[in-house]
Design a protein around this ligand. Structure first.
Ligand SMILES: [Zn+2]
Ligand SMILES: [Zn+2]
Ligand SMILES: [Zn+2]
Ligand SMILES: [Zn+2]
Ligand SMILES: [Zn+2]
Length: 467
């Protein structure tokens, strides 16, 4: 089986979806045919990954220092300083040194501040020293870390007398200020994909958020195939930095649809939150990516007013996806230097996972034909209600068996046994071993075990047959 078919089956098994080999092949052949021009374009990019059918970016983000939170945490430290025993002059010096250290809202203060910090704070500090380290020195010198307050704690269900505990508030206050003075790096990977399974998993049920395209329970889940089978849609999403392959299996941190054809780039709604700054960041990333693939200058004009841009796209007849772009979420970028811009045709009719015919219910993944599944072991197509689901996949009844003794499903070797009426049945390995031993309840143990197992024991239902 080729890798794409196998990946498609994996998704179907994960969500316990009915499907047949023909239904999947029909979906994949529509995908292959219609995505061909996009595939050809994206393959031009140096970060293209043929295995993943995607362009993969390192998108580690450095979050800048948030001035408001520095101010808030600094204010807390000043409140704490009011509680600490020192002279008026010491208090003023502390404040002046703290101000100088935080004046730049920087991880390391500008060298011009050091003189004030040394004089007023009466500490040593070398150029390049971190702001948080300087603040800690200033505070330790004045004994902030020794200061204790009483904290009343109620115990148990509240009927006992509350206890009083001494705590040192400095550590927590300082930790918050230090955090706000250090920029945070958020590592993640960005993926611009046309992989069929990235469409199916556009709302992976393992995400920390949820949308109507979720294959488990989405009201518009039939729309994943509509995006998958058209000639313009790509999925852009971010995942944890440690994911390097099979991106469709990973939870998506963010996700949005981009559509591209002949100089027109439509950006749809960003999930889970349609944050304007992040949208802008992603839009410029994808613009640059397309320009790079086309080997053309990265010059675009972007429009956002729905009534100005709505005429440049059309939703395909019988497409089942939820049209976020009709709800003022879209931006449209026009690559400069084009003479004309043709309408983007978004979506396609979705094909039944079982028979491959077009279906029309947006909350379904198939038409009204009989639900079947493909056995993972032998590849046979069997009716859904006759299949067994075990360890994340469907199996036919020839490939898994139910143990007559314990009721568990068994893959692999089964062992023969007779029931009391002499009928040959199948049991799992554990039960086979167990029924060969004495039952443990007969008063004369040896009587039960004596005759070829426990054939005469009233406590035993099954007897070993020769394996
Ligand atoms: Zn869901
Ligand atoms: Zn069907
Ligand atoms: Zn089978
Ligand atoms: Zn068993
Ligand atoms: Zn017995």
């Amino acid at each position: 089986m080729n890798a794409l078919t196998n990946a498609f089956y994996n998704v179907a098994y994960k969500y316990r979806l009915p499907f047949s080999a023909d239904g999947v092949e029909e979906n994949l052949s529509v995908w292959r045919q219609n995505k061909e021009p996009l595939l050809r374009l994206l393959r031009q990019h140096p970060y293209w990954n043929e295995q993943e059918l995607a362009i993969v970016f390192d998108l580690s983000e450095q979050r800048d220092i948030d001035r408001d939170s520095v101010d808030e945490n600094k204010f807390e430290l000043l409140l704490l300083s009011e509680q600490i025993d020192m002279t008026q002059e010491q208090r003023e010096d502390f404040r002046a040194a703290l101000d100088a250290a935080t004046e730049d809202y920087a991880c390391v203060p500008d060298e011009s501040r050091l003189e004030t910090i040394r004089q007023r704070g009466k500490i040593k500090c070398a150029p390049g020293q971190k702001t948080s380290r300087i603040i800690n020195k200033l505070c330790l010198k004045l004994g902030f870390n020794q200061y204790e307050v009483e904290k009343v704690q109620s115990v148990g269900d509240g009927t006992q007398a509350p206890t009083v505990k001494l705590i040192k508030p400095y550590n927590a206050v300082f930790a918050r200020l230090a955090d706000s003075l250090n920029p945070v790096v958020i590592p993640k990977t960005g993926v611009l994909s046309v992989h069929p399974c990235d469409f199916l998993e556009m709302s992976n049920q393992d995400d920390s958020w949820h949308s109507c395209h979720c294959l488990a329970d989405g009201a518009w889940k039939g729309g994943c195939q509509s995006y998958m089978g058209d000639g313009v849609s790509m999925i852009f999403f971010t995942v944890d930095e440690d994911v390097h392959s099979d991106f469709y299996k990973a939870p998506r941190i963010t996700r949005e649809i981009f559509c591209y054809k002949d100089g027109l780039l439509m950006q749809s709604r960003l999930y889970p939150s349609n944050d304007a700054d992040t949208r802008e960041l992603y839009r410029s990333l994808i613009q640059g990516t397309i320009a790079k693939c086309l080997n053309t200058p990265n010059l675009w004009m972007t429009k956002k007013e729905l009534n100005e841009i709505q005429g440049y796209w059309e939703t395909a007849e019988n497409a089942l996806h939820y049209t976020d772009y009709e709800n003022s979420y879209a931006t449209l970028s026009f690559l400069k230097g084009q003479e004309r811009y043709d309408k983007l045709l978004i979506g396609s009719p979705s094909r039944c996972l079982c028979c491959g015919d077009i279906f029309t219910e947006h909350h379904a993944l198939k038409c009204g034909c009989e639900s079947v599944v493909v056995c993972r072991d032998c590849g046979k197509t069997v009716r859904l209600y006759l299949a067994e689901y075990l360890d994340g996949a469907f199996y036919c009844k020839d490939c898994v068996h139910r143990c007559t003794a314990c009721g568990d499903l068994i893959r692999g070797t089964v062992y023969p046994a007779f029931d009391r009426s002499g009928e040959l049945v199948q049991v799992c390995r554990d039960c086979y071993t167990a029924i060969g031993e004495a039952c443990g309840r007969c008063s004369v143990r040896c009587a039960c075990a004596a005759f070829q197992g426990n054939r005469f024991c009233p406590h035993t239902r099954l007897f070993q047959a020769a394996a």
